[in-house]
Design a protein around this ligand. Structure first.
Ligand code: SF4
Length: 170
């Protein structure tokens, strides 16, 4: 401001409330500190200096679900772990989003057996699926940017609706 306001340039920006809120949400997601199997190693690599998730305002992985709004399911989900991930999701702050990272999380991958959930979307709603075994950090980054694009289309009116928890199907 300062000198520009004296010159008559007030620097006024107009936008909608939805766009302003979505801009803030996109730029400050807090992922939950969470990993299930080998895909989590790629997730850690994405967070590290070479790929640097901090560029997206995601430098903090929160150790508490109450301080997180993004769950990246990185790895195969066992039936024993399914109630735990459901509880973590339920405890996260709303609005919240889920990325299913890797084939195991998305559809069971090569593990078509009784011990594994054949897709995390049987337990919690998923916003973006990232294919691969394991997906490279670039693929996870693409998934995160895809989620950003999805959020840009959100409206605060949608979030006013009550959230009804889906039952666990295991
Ligand atoms: S998709 Fe591949 S890398 Fe990821 S958890 Fe499954 S087996 Fe491991």
């Amino acid at each position: 401001m300062g000198i520009s306001s004296k010159l008559g340039n007030l620097g006024v920006v107009t936008t909608t409330l939805d766009q302003a809120i979505n801009w803030g949400r996109n730029g400050a997601m807090w992922p939950l500190l969470f990993g299930l199997a080998c895909c989590a190693i790629e997730y850690m690599a994405t967070q590290a200096s070479t790929y640097d998730l901090s560029r997206f305002g995601m430098e903090l992985n929160r150790a508490s679900p109450r301080q997180a709004d993004l769950l990246i399911v990185s790895g195969r989900l066992t039936r024993k772990m399914a109630p735990v991930i459901r509880q973590l999701y339920d405890q996260m702050a709303a609005p919240k989003w889920v990325i299913s990272m890797g084939d195991c999380a998305s559809c069971g991958g090569v593990y078509n057996n009784y011990a594994l959930v054949q897709g995390v979307d049987e337990i919690i709603p998923v916003d973006v699926y990232v294919a691969g075994c394991p997906p490279r950090p670039e693929q996870l980054l693409h998934g995160i940017m895809t989620l950003h694009e999805k959020i840009k289309g959100d409206s605060i009116r949608d979030w006013a609706a009550p959230v009804v928890a889906d039952p666990i199907r295991i």
